[in-house]
Design a protein around this ligand. Structure first.
Ligand SMILES: O=C(O)[C@H](O)COP(=O)(O)O
Length: 228
């Protein structure tokens, strides 16, 4: 039966520094490397061996995927990278310190920007140091200048349906290495979580989440592989 593995990248440099990251490309920390490797070792230990991989265009997710696959003995499987699995775009909050932003705007406002379903953060100005218009990986892509979770869902879900679901439906064990909010978008859909309740869902770094699908491609309850 098809099996889906979701894994959020290991700790990134800006996770460690407590800065809003979004589409900015930061690397894993040594702890993040260890988390990714441990995720792959867990896959091997539990015999959950991916046969096809998807990831974003962002270094922290790509490296997490490769470290996990190497630890699982599966570095050789086919993989597809796509911007639609990128982290939600953090707009004008990109690069800011999370605590300083709370001190300036208040906890409530920052929680709305971080976790509300449909309120996007302020837009990233075109002259920002974090503008990605000249990054060759996004050539031909209409790079957003901010995204709410709702807007993130609007690009993650079509990609799920067009690209990932058909691979899963042919019986593969699919791993998706992605980001806190692109995975929240997917989990919201797969677990049928309401717009209100999704606010409370947090996805930890480097911890494989599993969905088993039945013959009609209906997902079962999600669970953490460490608990299986
Ligand atoms: O983009 C980021 O800063 C993180 O990956 C996720 O941040 P969040 O927990 O504020 O959504």
């Amino acid at each position: 039966m098809p099996k889906l593995i979701l894994v959020r990248h290991g700790q990134s440099q800006w996770n460690l520094e407590n800065r809003f990251t979004g589409w900015w490309d930061v690397d894993l920390t040594p702890q993040g490397v260890a988390e990714a490797t441990a995720a792959g070792a867990l896959l091997r230990e539990k015999g959950v061996l991916p046969s096809y991989a998807f990831t974003s265009l962002q270094t922290r997710a790509i490296k997490t995927l490769h470290l996990a696959l190497e630890a699982a003995g599966r570095l050789w499987i086919p993989e597809t990278k796509d911007w639609r699995l990128n982290e939600r775009h953090y707009g004008g909050m990109t690069g800011l310190d999370k605590q300083e932003t709370r001190d300036k705007h208040g906890d409530e406002q920052v929680l709305i920007w971080r976790r509300s379903f449909d309120v996007p953060p302020p837009v990233l100005e075109a002259d920002s140091a974090y503008d990605l218009a000249s990054d060759p990986r996004y050539a031909g892509i209409a790079i957003p200048n901010t995204e709410s979770l709702k807007l993130t869902i609007e690009r993650v879900l079509p990609y799920w349906e067009e690209a990932i679901l058909p691979v899963l439906a042919r019986g593969e064990t699919v791993i998706i290495a992605a980001h806190g909010n692109s995975l929240r978008a997917l989990v919201k859909h797969l677990s049928g979580i309401s717009d209100a309740d999704i606010t409370d869902l947090e996805i930890p770094t480097g911890q494989p989440i599993i969905y088993d699908f039945d013959a009609d491609m209906v997902p079962g309850a999600r669970y953490y592989l460490k608990d299986a």
